[in-house]
Structure formats: C-alpha cells, structure tokens
Design a protein around this ligand. Structure first.
Ligand code: MG
Length: 453
C-alpha cells in the first residue's frame, strides 16, 4: 500500500481538535468508507458517543453517511465506550463506532471503530479505511436502497445487567462507594450499575456535561484530589474514577490514597490467575506476584488493541495496561471501566480493605528518563539498540523487541528503551529491586544511548 496516504488513525482511533484535525466532513467520509468496507447494503452499525458538545453532530453525520451507503444504524446515544463494544457483539452488528476523545479536553473529539466481535479495529484495518477515505472509494446507494436508523438506547439496561452478573459482586455485602465520572460517558451508567448491585453509592461529577466543569477527564492524581478527600472524609470503603469515555477505571483506597496503577492491575490479575497480558511498560510487580500463584505474564506493545489480540491468541484470563485500561475476556474484548469498577469492589468484599491489598504488593524503585533524539534519527538509533544494547549486560533473562527494546534480568529487574511516538525523545524506563542496581542499569542505558545518538 502506498505510503503517501495521510494517517488519520493514531494509537487509539482518530483523535484531534474539533474543526482542526477532526471535522464533520472527515467523519462523513469515514462512515462512507466503513459502510463499503463491511459490505454495504443490509449491514448494521452501532453508534455511541460520549458527553462532548460536538458528539451529536458527529453522530448525525456518521449515521447519514452509513445510511447513504445502505447500512442500518443502531443508535445507543450517550454511553460509555464498552457499551458500544458489547452492543456490537450482542446485536450481531457488523461494526461499532464510538465518538469520543477519551481523556482529552472538551474541544477534542474522535472516532474509534469496533469489529463485530467487540474487538477494536487493528492497524491494518485502519489503513484500509484511510485509503478509502483518501481515494473517496465509496459506494453510495440510490433512493430506494438506503439504510434506516433505529433507537437502541434501551440496550443500556441489558448492558448493566450483564456486567453486574459477570462481576459476581455480592449485593448482600453493601459497601460505601464514591464514584467520580468526570461528567463523562460513565456519568449515568456507572453509579447506576453500582446501585443496582446493592452498593451504597455517592457520586461526584455525575451530571453529563461536555465542558467537564468538575474536573479534567484524565484520571490522574492532580484531577482526583476531590475524590480522594471525599472518600476519606465520609469514611467510604473505596473510590472509583473514570476517564471521559469510561473505558478506564482507577481506584482510591479507604484511606483516600490514589492507588498505584500497576499494583491495582496486579490485584485484579491475581484474582483471575493463569495467563494474563500486559504491555511492555508495566511494572515487574505483576510478574513477581503472578509467579507466586503459578501464573504467567505475557507482554505486548502499548495499546489496548494489542492486549486484546494477545488475550485471544493465548487464551488469557485477563489483560490490562497500567493506565487503568482493563480487558475482561469472559465478558467482551472492549476495555470496560464500569466492569473494572464492579470487580475491584468485589475484590474488597472478598479480600478486605483495598489499602491492605495494595500495601501487600512489593513495589520497586523505578526511573523514567528521556534522552533528546531528533525524530529522523529514531529509526537508526533503535536499530543499533536492537543489535548492540544487550551486549552491555550479562544477566539477561529475556529480550523483547515488540515495542522498543525491553531487557529483563534474572532478578525481575528490567529496562525498556522506547522512542516517543510524538516527541523528539527516546525514553528509558527501568525498574530494579535495589536503588544500587537501578542506578547501574540506568547509567549503562543512558551512556549507551548518548554514545549512539
Ligand atoms: Mg478512554
């Protein structure tokens, strides 16, 4: 395929500022291309959107583009991303569209596509859609062959019932749960799911609002101060927070501390056991804990679609990224922040206070550094890293070159050299059991990179 076709899709679908990178005209053409790609006439496409002010415009225009090309459209309305994934699967649709810019600020929006089996579009599929958009390769139908639009907003109830059931949360053990929805797509459904599951729920930022007036939709420490305070002050058992489209979840323990993302992932992974999947940048605390219970950890490039593919290929029980994006293969292959929330509450019901569970997991010192490297030199630099970097060490356990180069050592310490996708840097991430060892690995890596750049 020719390389001069402009790239529309990034690591998580099409994303950008409204009327800059992401326009209604582009959305129309993506819908037309998608319609042809899935087979046109008689095919079904589910559409959902988050709370952004521009969401309805994109929903309207994409629905029109699909109907124009013969597809029927099933409208969910304002829903979390996982509801789109699950509806696509359950309704036997041929594709799903989520209109969202996830954790980005209000003026952004984006488009993420889903396969019939609830799996996000892979890069190869995105390249095909890009080419079709670029070449205006559409198949518009005559007046008598147009698709129709159907309202399936009542499907939300079915989705909530399904996540409650699969979570096995105990409604006879009500916990006090504070949930902060960022005024995003989880605003209605996440508190409702917890309430229907019998929990005593207090909400923060649970009024849908595309201006995100309460907090920025990125669930990080700076944005979750109010949640942390609230959990502590009212004596809640746990706090939960979502990003703008609620495919992610991060928890606050009963002491009001934001949990370490890697430790939270580890707690959940331990519940599943067996083979779990995570990305190259996740902490080795997961490996250490999984080894203790006879499980194993597989690693993929960064991005939830890679995690999903690996889960399928390896029959894994669970997968997640340290960002709080968790996949539950016993339910659906779309990352689900609402189900993640129910499941971490169930963990507290079963295993006691979250603070104790988190504290029981050893954590190790880490470094995250970036070395300046011009974008046009990155490829050459990474080639040398692949060929020569491992010569610097003699206690290597495993080398992974799937996304940057990740070298792990016999004592579970590791280092990852990975070029930044957008900025002129090469990043060093390392973790070791002692400061001394960490400094040694850091220094070797830094010197190596500085010498070759
Ligand atoms: Mg998201």
């Amino acid at each position: 395929m020719s390389t001069d076709i402009p790239k529309l899709f990034g690591t998580s679908g099409i994303r950008g500022e409204y009327q800059k990178e992401v326009t209604p005209e582009l959305a129309l053409d993506v819908a037309r291309a998608l319609a042809k790609y899935i087979g046109g006439e008689g095919k079904k496409v589910v559409i959902g959107r988050d709370t952004r002010t521009t969401g309805k415009i994109f929903e309207n225009i994409m629905s029109a583009g699909l109907q124009e090309c013969g597809c029927d459209v099933l409208l969910l309305g304002m829903v979390p991303t996982p509801t789109v994934g699950y509806a696509t699967l359950k309704k036997g649709a041929d594709a799903g569209i989520m209109i969202t810019a996830s954790h980005n600020p209000s003026k952004y929006n984006g488009i993420k596509l889903w396969n019939a089996d609830g799996l996000a579009y892979k890069q190869e599929q995105e390249r095909i859609i890009e080419k079709m958009v670029f070449e205006e390769d559409f198949d518009k139908k005559s007046w008598d062959k147009l698709g129709k639009e159907y309202d399936i907003s009542s499907f939300k109830d079915e989705y909530i019932d399904a996540i409650i059931e699969v979570s096995k949360i105990d409604s006879e053990k009500p916990l006090k749960v504070v949930v902060d929805c960022a005024s995003g797509a989880g605003s209605k459904l996440s508190p409702e799911a917890l309430r229907r599951a019998g929990m005593n729920v207090i909400t923060l930022n649970a009024q849908p609002d595309g201006f995100f007036p309460g907090r920025n939709p990125e669930p990080n420490s700076a944005n979750l101060q109010e949640l942390m305070k609230t959990v502590k002050v009212i004596g809640a058992d746990i706090g939960l927070a979502h990003d703008g489209d609620a495919d992610r979840m991060i928890a606050v323990d009963e002491k009001g501390r934001l949990s370490d993302f890697d430790k939270l992932l580890t707690i959940m992974a331990k519940e599943f056991g067996g083979t779990v999947v995570t990305t190259v940048d996740a902490s080795a605390c997961l490996d250490t804990q999984m080894k203790k219970i006879g499980g194993q950890v597989l690693r993929t490039p960064v991005g939830d679609v890679h995690v999903a593919e690996s889960i399928n290929e390896n029959n894994a029980t669970f997968g997640g990224e340290p960002s709080g994006t968790w996949l539950h293969p016993d339910f659906c292959m779309c990352p689900d922040g609402l189900l993640s929330g129910l499941r971490i509450v169930k963990c507290v019901q079963d295993n006691g206070p979250l603070s104790e569970q988190l504290d029981a997991i050893e954590s190790y010192p880490t470094i995250r550094e970036k070395i300046t490297c011009p974008n046009n030199k990155k490829e050459e630099v990474m080639k040398i890293v692949e060929e020569k970097f491992t010569d610097e060490f003699d206690d290597i356990n495993e080398i992974l070159s799937i996304d940057g180069v990740r070298v792990s050592f016999n004592d579970d310490s590791w280092v990852l050299i990975r070029p930044s996708g957008t900025e002129p840097y090469v990043r060093i991430t390392a973790e070791a059991k002692t400061e001394e060892n960490l400094n040694r690995i850091g220094e070797i890596s830094r010197n190596f990179l500085e010498n070759i750049i």
